[in-house]
Ligand binder design. Structure first.
Ligand SMILES: Cc1cc2nc3c(=O)[nH]c(=O)nc-3n(C[C@H](O)[C@H](O)[C@H](O)COP(=O)(O)OP(=O)(O)OC[C@H]3O[C@@H](n4cnc5c(N)ncnc54)[C@H](O)[C@@H]3O)c2cc1C
Length: 417
């Protein structure tokens, strides 16, 4: 059996290692197009922060790890998949046959169509190469403008602030982390980071970047202009699927997979950021570019590539964020569902401790939650969402006092388990 895996991020690597455990005799090729050993993008903020050296981002530290596990690492860019011939093709023109193929090519940052976005001191913060460039340029006192205050943007912000830069954040949405946090929570995070000295402009876009007097002049949609030494673009991501055009693999925004991580073509699987997988609550295709999902999907794909019958429970949003010391989380359908569909919810702000909780129910099941300032027991929120335990009388109690979620978890989900 010859397994070929395109993409050597966490998804590709976990799949390769799982396959090796399940099929000691199989051939396994793991392909990546970056000139790095497999590494974790999640570790980049720690590298920028100065907490770890570059090697700390590498997913496996031992030099002989791959050889020892019979995983053949190949550096090269795959430009085509040919399901009829059961081969993939590299940019060099070389071809490689497969019996089972896993596509784990992840996603890449979106560059907004803004004049000057390609200037030398404008960077994304996605690869180790990006991180090296930012580390060289983001010095104490440097004026850094960050475009985008989404999940990844907020993570990067933490690392930049630790480097002592003067930070300005520009976000098109009406609040920070708009695709992960309720309006109240997003506004609380904004107030918090402003209190830490970060300038935040919401409801604002960047319309142009230009070189001016040795710095960058950044024009805002609101009419103003800001000066920066470095611009960091964190305006969302999109799956790397273009090379699959013409392959016949079903794709929309990402690769469509079922809960077994099968694509529409036999013996071709996909996992990680590149997929649009059935949502945990909706069963509808959802993009969910976070690592816990990626790695779960990798394991499911590998089991099935090895002949097993494994199924994912569905893609679930699980976000935990540390924004300059303020811990926030959101799980599942944190926006809630309409009352007509059985939806109800409760929101509680505790200004004295910068605390916030929003619980969203469908009938008597917790389907989503958002929190700020809760570090203890926050896993119970995820547990309630993930187990879909009927809350019975606990729903009314939680509507009256959402802070009782741990007690509700112990009495319902945990008890059932
Ligand atoms: C700064 C930062 C912080 C993050 N923090 C978090 C966090 O706290 N929590 C969280 O859940 N997620 C976080 N993420 C997101 C997380 O890193 C991704 O969800 C995860 O990397 C997805 O893994 P993947 O293997 O699917 O894709 P990737 O890690 O993107 O790996 C895909 C690999 O495939 C390669 N590739 C792509 N196309 C081709 C091709 N045609 N041929 C060959 N190789 C190809 C790519 O170069 C890449 O090496 C963070 C991301 C960044 C950038």
């Amino acid at each position: 059996m010859k397994h070929v895996i395109i993409g050597n991020g966490p998804t590709g690597l976990v799949a390769a290692e799982t396959l090796r455990r399940l099929q000691p005799e199989a051939e396994i090729a793991l392909i990546g197009d970056e000139k790095e050993p497999p590494y974790s993008r999640m570790a980049i903020p720690y590298f920028l922060h100065g907490n770890i050296a570059e090697v700390g981002t590498h997913l496996r530290k031992a030099h002989d790890h791959y050889a020892k596990h019979g995983i053949h690492l190949i550096e090269g860019r795959v430009t085509r998949v040919d399901p009829q011939a059961r081969q993939i093709e590299f940019a060099s023109g070389d071809r490689l046959p497969y019996d089972r193929l896993l596509i784990a090519t992840g996603s890449r940052p979106i560059l907004p169509p803004v004049p000057g976005i390609d200037l030398p001191n404008v960077h994304t913060c996605w690869t180790l190469e990006d991180a090296r460039a930012i580390a060289a340029k983001a010095k104490p006192g440097s004026r850094v403008l960050q475009l985008g205050a989404g999940f990844i943007g907020c993570i990067i912000m933490e690392a930049l602030a630790a480097r002592g830069v003067t930070l300005t954040v520009v976000e098109m949405g009406d609040r920070m982390v708009p695709r992960m946090m309720t309006p109240t929570a997003g506004a609380m995070i904004k107030t918090w980071v402003e209190g830490k000295g970060v300038a935040v402009h919401c409801n604002t876009g960047v319309t142009a970047v230009a070189q001016k007097d040795g710095a960058l002049a950044v024009t805002l949609s609101t009419g103003g202009e800001l000066t920066a030494d470095l611009v960091i673009c964190a305006a969302g991501v999109r799956p790397n699927i273009e090379f699959l055009a013409g392959s016949g693999i079903s794709m929309e925004r990402g690769i469509r997979v079922d809960n077994a991580m099968r694509t529409s073509i036999a013996d071709i699987y996909a996992a990680g950021d590149v997929t649009e997988a059935p949502g945990f609550h909706t069963g509808q295709p959802e993009l969910n570019a976070i690592q816990p999902n990626a790695v779960d999907q990798a394991r499911v794909a590998a089991h099935n590539m090895a002949g097993g019958a494994s199924s994912s429970g569905g893609s679930l949003a699980i976000n935990v964020l540390d924004t300059l010391g303020l811990i926030s989380t959101s799980f599942g359908q944190w926006q809630g569902v309409p009352a007509a569909a059985g939806g109800s919810g409760v929101e509680r702000v505790d200004p004295a401790r910068n605390g916030y909780l929003s619980l969203q129910f469908k009938d008597d099941v917790l389907i989503g939650a958002t929190s700020i300032g809760w570090t203890d027991h926050v896993g119970a929120l995820r547990g309630l969402v993930q187990t879909q335990a009927p809350l019975g009388q606990w729903k009314a109690r939680l509507l009256a006092d959402p802070t009782q979620f741990m007690a509700a978890y112990l009495a319902t989900a945990q008890k059932a388990a």
